[in-house]
Design a protein around this ligand. Sequence first.
Ligand SMILES: Nc1nc2c(ncn2[C@@H]2O[C@H](COP(=O)(O)OP(=O)(O)OP(=O)(O)O)[C@@H](O)[C@H]2O)c(=O)[nH]1
Ligand SMILES: [Mg+2]
Length: 201
Amino acid sequence: MTYGSLNLHNTELVLTAGMRGQLIKTGLPQIAFAGRSNVGKSSLINSLLGRKKLARVSSEPGKTITVNHYSVDGKLLLVDLPGYGFAKRPKGDIVKWSSLTEDYFTANSSLKYILQLIDIRIGLTPDDRMMIDYIKHYGIPFIIVATKCDKLSKTKINAAAAELLGDAQIGSGTDIILYSSVTGEGRDILWRKIIDSAFGE
Ligand SMILES: Nc1nc2c(ncn2[C@@H]2O[C@H](COP(=O)(O)OP(=O)(O)OP(=O)(O)O)[C@@H](O)[C@H]2O)c(=O)[nH]1
Ligand SMILES: [Mg+2]
């Protein structure tokens, strides 16, 4: 399977960083995946890469706070950011998440784009709004990927998507891609977006 000049058979986990200072800057273009725990970040990476178990899909949401870098054909890094959603999490987790996430965003000129994942059934949570503020603060371009679109009827999806599109914080110029890691809906359009933003093709 290939996308543009990317050979998707050649993918691997190259770095799992769990602490400030463990992040390595390779110079390869990076696309990062942000979102609540359980929103479907790891599933989306597996779906894009056509691999069932490369990125670990959590049975216990948010258990590990790490930044995982997946190399695609040695040319691009897909970066699985630690999930947030802190209502029931210990305070130490919040501190760790903030420190690692800040370390990742700071002085990272290889970071080309963020895919901000939103569960289509839930919509924007206060934590999502905090994350979007954070992304804007760092001035990184982002798009919204609405996940789990196999779980709602077309009518409900259209209504939820319209609500996201009309949200003042997201802004009318921001793309929203409807995705399902179960059916692969949205895969082609998202790959095109990733390749455009990573390589400017
Ligand atoms: N039906 C459906 N289920 C999905 C989809 N994407 C993810 N899931 C399920 O949602 C759960 C969480 O998915 P993950 O990919 O582990 O979510 P995550 O965002 O990586 O979570 P953390 O690693 O905890 O931050 C799993 O049970 C997945 O099987 C989807 O598109 N459709
Ligand atoms: Mg995950």
